[in-house]
Design a protein around this ligand. Sequence first.
Ligand code: 4AD
Ligand code: MG
Length: 502
Amino acid sequence: MNADAGFVQIKDLAAHDGRDVSIHGWLFGKRSGGGVAFLQIRDGSGICQCVVESSAEDAFKKASELPHESSLIVRGIVRKDERAIGGYEIAVSSVEIIHIAAEYPITRKAHGIDFLMSHRHLWLRSRRPTAILRIRHTLIKACRDFFDNRGFTLVDTPILVAGAGEDAQTLFPVEYFDRKAFLAQTGQLYLESACLALGKVYCFGPTFRAEKSKTRRHLTEFWMIEPEVAFAELDDVIALAEDMVCYVVEQVLARHQDDLTFLGRDIEALRKVKKPFIRMTYGEVAENLRSAKTKDWLEKEMMRDKEKLQALIDELGRLEKQVDAVKKTAQKDKIQIQIHELKENIEDLEADLHNRPAHIASAQAFEFGGDLGGSDETIISKQFDKPVFVTDYPREAKAFYMKESVQDKRLVRNMDLLAPEGYGEIIGGSQREENLDVLVTRMKEKGLNPEDYDWYLDVRKYGSVPHGGFGLGIERALTWICGLKHVRETIPFPRTMGRIYP
Ligand code: 4AD
Ligand code: MG
């Protein structure tokens, strides 16, 4: 069966105005009244209203009985209708049933996130996941196009590796015949050797971290795009990251106005993502976090958020009264969903406000030496409407391979890019230590055995050059671009500490 033969995709209906067409898909929703059945059919490219008059007897009978998510073929004339979703509808002449679905577990009623995640294989069919996955597709394509257009060569790096590429604490071990191996945390070390072969390279693949973090930002399996450039210093790496982020945001804005609007994303905020981004050193960030000005601003923000919380609670009370008075089930369900969403928002804001004093206190007590905590990143990235590069961290906070600073040997030439609106780190990168002796010393300091990295050290023995690169976490970037609260919705089948099924 040729999937496309004779069938029109819903997204292309406008081009077939007035013509007799067939579409195939699944029954997404339906209502009827006054001798007419309105079917909403989705085919993966869009959703379309199909109107079945009771005069079309056979079609009307089938349409009336068919349960949600049944698969079907519909034939009829395309006509313009402003009120229809997508602007066009089909006046149906025939309905062919392909499969009658069993009672579909995901209904128009409100469902909790655990239920939805346990039914992720079916939940994928809903509008929110499909909108996010379409944007994910564009984001990934845009990242790849960006590097392809700049003369980078794709180099696939291994997923089964012999040792740590980042923090040895977060390795996933696997049995590898008679020895132990691990799942790759990054392709970087391999890319470093490849960039001395090809100049400008990138890899794109899944990476794994056994991080025992149950935060909104952590997955155990995530996808990362990593470029690596020979003869590059930190400023070159920063310029590359800045151009890439601008390009991918532009591409998403150009293609996904509808999806972003459906997700409730503030599109104006995304339009502000233009060069130059903000640049701060770690030292400046530390000063900012500790300052009286930041404290004052955070406390005022907390007051405003408490007022916001009260307004949400009032709204909830109003809706709960309203729902009791409503008779029609469809309308009741709609309000129930609003109530459910409000309750979730209230819970989230309450939890957030509960933690806020501790976050303010820890920012005020921020000491030189540590990495930025999640809440510190949030505090910094909320202060700007553009992404923020934070550079020159203390070397004890970062990985062994980062280039020691010439000005201050306590620091490394690295950068993290924090997405605005409180999202925090989406990119980590650096110039690499190209001096063999310094690199070996760093490895020993971090408890790594240089002998395990013989091959990697070879890169510093044969024509070593200044080089650097970064990694963009696809899911972190997508969480920000889509304006989501949690990273788990940005990947088709998320793996977290608490979930590896379905
Ligand atoms: O900052 P990270 O650990 O940097 C590296 O892995 C470098 N080797 C990259 C390089 O220079 N080539 O990770 C890079 C990015 C983070 O900024 C974040 O976006 C994402 O990967 N990331 C995660 N995303 C989801 N869940 C996790 N547990 C993540 N850990 C890192
Ligand atoms: Mg990082």
